[in-house]
Design a protein around this ligand. Sequence first.
Ligand code: ADP
Ligand code: MG
Length: 232
Amino acid sequence: MNLVEAIQIEKTYLSGEAQVSAIKHADFSIETASFVSFVGPSGSGKSTLLNMIGCLDHPSSGSLTVAGKDVNSLDRYSAAKFRGEHIGFIFQDFNLIPVLTIAENIEYPLIMVQNWPQQKRQQRVNELMDAVGISDQASKYPDQLSGGQKQRVAIARALVTHAKLILADEPTANLDHDTAYRIIDLMKKMRNDYGTTFIFSTHDPKIMDAAEIIYTLEDGQIKQTKGGTKHG
Ligand code: ADP
Ligand code: MG
């Protein structure tokens, strides 16, 4: 089953008088449990594409379906609800909440989005801390952790709600090379263990090699350059 299906999507930004064509007639589809990278230099449209798939922004035209839903039809409220149910996010600068412990950071989406009872939350948080190897950091605060450890917490937080799809916009940009590899490996392990689909962006050629499917972006044009069936 295709988890993401884009047909001729375009994104145009208005910047003062000028129109910026950030994504040009993109066609692609991403199957459930894929491990995909969007690759391209700064300004090539990676974040624009991830934001549209993550229902944070709408395409200007074309059709975009995520988890069977035409996301162009979602208003702000239903988009937020849809994200909470289906999508997890991982950021370049980790975006952990500094006043919450590691365990509380991971628990946060279960309280805010899903309203799980306390015992079930505790169980799930412990399971995820174990899975990403940070159980011994549970009661620490984010600023006591290294970059690699923070990104492990962010991965656990993204997975905690059983999201089908994890979107990671340059998740390794603030990490040294060895740590970056380990984070991408961990994401792949989570895909293998849970069947979660991962889409991450990078402009690092070494990191992108870990992806099974690569879409290369250049000035808003997208082209599949590794894996699966080739698309325009
Ligand atoms: P990347 O993530 O690959 O660096 P982006 O998706 O951020 O690329 O940007 C793609 C293009 O769209 C760039 O030319 C950028 O300047 C432009 N752009 C991105 N966001 C906006 C915005 N909110 N308003 C105007 N132009 C934008
Ligand atoms: Mg970007």
